[in-house]
Structures are given as structure tokens and as C-alpha cells.
Write a new protein. Structure first.
Length: 279
């Protein structure tokens, strides 16, 4: 059986970023009442400082006033924290060998007997020993079909979701789903490009407002929601080809071509005697 290769889509830092952005933008799909009706709140992947100080027309109106409500998503930290993965885990040291197409940081995930290939060897040995194709023999040439898969590297990624509204009622509408969507736990999943990541929403929401300020500043209510994501990296990004799942049959017999002119054997198709040719 030829080597089978299934190319996987890599899981990178950008993949995790997209998963979190889509979770907020499409998964939560936050709407609230505005002066223009019940509208979807725009979600921006940009640092809060740049978003709230930007002069972009999509963010500010014709007089330069910030268009609220607004949500921003920012990655704030990333660490390789084994404890965050949980107490029950193990590190798989790279194996030194594997099938063709095998690379380090891969692990065997499946090993089964290849019935078709093993049967061919058993039939060949049976014909050689008894001139019968299905004569019972002690077949020691068992072919296995082995499958290797890449091992992911687990990381913890932290995000800050900042909600900014003009009215308290708008903030109440936006913050409520972060408390209710996960039920009585604080965990849910984010998915992108075929990969799934576990997301933990911190229970403390930092809230600020400037309602006590009687100056000319724009009235705003700010709430920050922090996320911790159990993500994983699969592949080395642009520094390596895409990760693959490799399946190949094991080798049970190696045959080398015999040089009769060197060994000096007779040619069985030319002579009936058992003599050897002289060197």
C-alpha cells in the first residue's frame, strides 16, 4: 500500500485570533438599541487606544464624535503554561523513526493488521512450501498499517474584550450575554478553520464611566471582559510545510537482487545439473 497522507490545516496564533474574533462577532452577535434602531454592534480587531482615538470615518461621525456602541478585541498576553492544560497530561518525546513522510513531533495513533497485505505473504509462503495457495502455514510475515499524527503544542492566550456604549441600558444589553451564554460555568468553545479552542470567561467585569464628569467629554460607559483561551499550535507556521497525518504499511521482508555472475550460480533455465560454475 502506498503512503497515505492527509494534509491538515495548521493551527497558528492567527488561527486562534480569528476564532476569538468570530466568537465575539458571530457567536455572540451582539445587538442593542441605538438612535437608528436595533442595530448590530460593530466589532473591531484593534487595540482599544487606537480604536477610541482614531479619526476613521467608520468609527467617528462627521463632527468627530465616536460612534457608539463599539466593541474591540485585543490579544493581551500569551504563555506556554503547562498547568493551564490541566493536571493530567503527558509530554511525548519525539520518536526516532516512522514511516516515509514521518517527521519529529509525531505520534503513532493507530496500529492494525493489514489483512490484505498479510494474506498475500501467507499465500505466497503456502505455495512455496506446499504448492497450495491456502495450505495452513505459520505465517510470521504480519503487515501492520500504522498511522502517525503531529503532536500539538498547548498555549494559553489571553484577550481583552472592551465594550463601550453611550447609555447604561446599552451596556446592560451587551454585557448580559457574557454572563448567561455559558450557563453556570464560564467556559465555551471557539472554532475556526476546523480547529476548536476552549475559552474561559473571567467572572469579574471591569466597569468605568464618566457620568460624574460634568465637562464636555463624550459620555461613555466602558466594560472590559477578559478571556483565557486554551489554544494549541500545530505545525511551525511558514517555517515548515503543513502538518500531515501519515499512514503506511510496515516492512516485513527485504529482498536484494542476486548477482549471479559474482556468486557463480548456474542458470536454472539453462542447465539441469546442480554444479556451480567455476570462478
Amino acid at each position: 500500500m502506498p503512503t497515505k497522507e492527509i494534509t491538515l490545516k495548521p493551527s497558528t496564533i492567527e488561527t486562534i485570533d480569528f476564532a476569538i474574533y468570530n466568537l465575539i462577532n458571530e457567536g455572540f452577535d451582539l445587538h442593542t438599541s441605538t438612535n437608528a434602531g436595533f442595530k448590530k454592534v460593530p466589532v473591531l480587531w484593534i487595540s482599544p487606544e487606537r480604536a477610541f482615538n482614531s479619526k476613521d470615518k467608520d468609527i467617528r461621525d462627521s463632527v468627530g464624535k465616536l460612534k457608539l456602541p463599539l466593541i474591540t478585541v485585543e490579544r493581551t498576553a500569551m504563555s506556554k503554561d503547562p498547568k493551564f492544560k490541566g493536571g493530567f497530561q503527558a509530554n511525548f518525546f519525539p520518536e526516532t523513526s516512522g514511516p516515509r513522510g514521518y517527521k519529529k513531533h509525531q505520534r503513532m495513533i493507530s496500529r492494525k493488521i493489514s489483512q490484505k497485505a498479510t494474506r498475500k505473504f501467507a499465500s505466497a509462503d503456502s505455495r512455496e512450501e506446499s504448492d497450495q495457495q491456502n495450505f495452513p502455514t505459520n505465517n510470521k510475515k504480519v503487515v501492520y498499517e500504522e498511522t502517525y499524527a503531529p503532536i500539538p503544542t498547548w498555549i494559553k492566550v489571553e484577550y481583552s474584550i472592551k465594550l463601550r456604549t453611550e447609555y447604561q441600558q446599552q451596556m446592560n444589553t451587551l454585557i448580559t450575554p457574557f454572563a448567561t451564554k455559558t450557563g453556570n460555568i464560564n467556559a465555551l468553545f471557539a472554532e475556526y478553520d476546523g480547529h476548536r479552542y476552549e475559552v474561559f470567561i473571567e467572572g469579574d467585569y471591569t466597569q468605568n464611566n464618566n457620568t460624574a464628569n460634568l465637562g464636555e467629554d463624550e459620555r461613555s460607559f466602558d466594560t472590559t471582559v477578559k478571556l483565557k483561551v486554551l489554544g494549541f499550535l500545530l505545525g511551525d507556521g511558514d517555517n515548515e510545510e503543513a502538518p500531515k497525518i501519515v499512514t503506511k504499511e510496515t516492512i516485513v521482508e527485504v529482498k536484494l537482487v542476486r548477482e549471479r555472475s559474482i556468486v557463480g550460480d548456474t542458470k536454472p533455465w539453462e542447465s539441469d545439473d546442480d554444479d556451480f560454475r567455476e570462478f
